[in-house]
Design a binder for this molecule. Structure first.
Ligand SMILES: NC(=O)c1ccc[n+]([C@@H]2O[C@H](COP(=O)([O-])OP(=O)(O)OC[C@H]3O[C@@H](n4cnc5c(N)ncnc54)[C@H](O)[C@@H]3O)[C@@H](O)[C@H]2O)c1
Length: 310
């Protein structure tokens, strides 16, 4: 069931810090002529650290969700559940994340406990099961990102109703089930941070492609975060929204494959003149999921190259 279930022996951050301390304060002569370290551990505001936090990301096998997983690991997270539609893809993503984290660093695979779980967010039962498995594995949950989502472009008259319903089941109900299970587990432990991924489409109407149900679904997610943020504010659970602009992922590539000119149109409508790279969101997601945003709830951060301001 799990991609890996490895016991943590030491956190990479802790080992790096103790190595640095040893090097700085040791009075012993060096045993060999080791080359001086080329890189210095950067000084960062500790509130942004994800070290010691247990994270869960839906839609984490691919696209933005996968980038959020990387951002958390790069900020010190070693305990994580990656949820996605297919067990194998979630497990592959978990394995790949650990391998990448160990590349060019002093981290070892056994420093991480990252698991891949099958979960269809449109099914309440599937979400509950995945959260139960996560709690069984880690015993707590600190930061949850609801990134699973889909987009489709049909004009209102052409949109088949079963597809509209499926889109709302994933984008709206999926975000709700995810947030609710997160809070259910976070409240008894004293709190946590939930990030719902909406879109700039929660605020503007995209052109030229028609996507009314998607836009409405993301507006629903934005107001859902505000409403849940109020509901759980005194219980220590914060709910915020990350709203990306046009980002280069499989989701947008599928649309662009059918319309080469569309990318140019999107770029011309974006003040910064380009589409976003998934890692352009790394800072914002870490901010919302970490203690750095501890006095924020029900708020949206837009990362859209300025799209919404004109
Ligand atoms: N890419 C963009 O330009 C963009 C812009 C604004 C908002 N968003 C939002 O960001 C989120 C992620 O988009 P992306 O670009 O990474 O898409 P993507 O298609 O690249 O990845 C989506 C991931 O979610 C998973 N998923 C889909 N349905 C699921 C379900 N029912 N249960 C569990 N997992 C499911 C997919 O398997 C995939 O791994 C979505 O909510 C999307 O609406 C994307």
């Amino acid at each position: 069931m799990f991609a890996r279930s490895v016991t943590i022996v030491a956190r990479p951050g802790a080992r790096a810090a103790s190595n640095a301390l040893r090097a700085r304060f040791s009075t012993q002569p060096a045993l060999h002529n080791a080359a001086p370290a080329k890189t210095k551990t950067p000084r960062v505001l500790p509130d942004f650290s994800m070290d010691g936090k247990v994270c869960l990301i839906t839609g984490g096998a691919r696209g933005l969700g996968n980038e959020f997983c990387r951002a958390f690991v790069n900020s010190g997270c070693t305990n994580m559940a990656i949820l996605d539609l297919k067990q194998t893809e979630a497990e592959d993503a978990a394995r790949e994340l650990v391998a990448t984290a160990c590349l060019n660093s002093d981290s070892k695979p056994e420093d991480f406990k990252i698991i891949g779980l099958e979960c269809d967010v449109s099914s309440e039962r599937s979400v509950i099961k995945a959260f139960n498995e996560t709690m069984d594995t880690f015993g707590r949950l600190d930061s949850v990102v609801a990134s699973a989502g889909i987009v489709e472009n049909y004009s209102a008259f052409d949109y088949p109703f079963d597809r509209i319903k499926r889109l709302y089941d994933i984008n709206v109900h999926g975000a709700f089930f995810t947030a609710r299970e997160a809070a259910r587990n976070m409240i008894p432990q004293g709190g946590g941070a939930i990030v719902l991924v909406a879109s700039m489409s929660a605020n503007i109407v995209n052109i030229p492609q028609p996507q009314t149900p998607y836009n409405a679904s993301k507006a629903a997610v934005k107001h859902m975060a505000a409403s849940l943020g109020v509901e759980w504010a005194k219980k220590g659970v914060r709910v915020n929204v990350l709203s990306p602009g046009y980002m280069l992922t499989k989701l947008t590539r599928t649309i662009l494959e059918h319309d080469r000119e569309l990318k140019k149109t999107w770029e011309s409508l974006t003040p910064m003149g380009r589409m976003g790279e998934p890692n352009d969101l790394a800072g914002a997601v870490v901010f919302l999921a970490s203690d750095a945003s501890r006095f924020m709830t029900g708020t949206e951060i837009r990362v859209d190259g300025g799209y919404c301001i004109i």
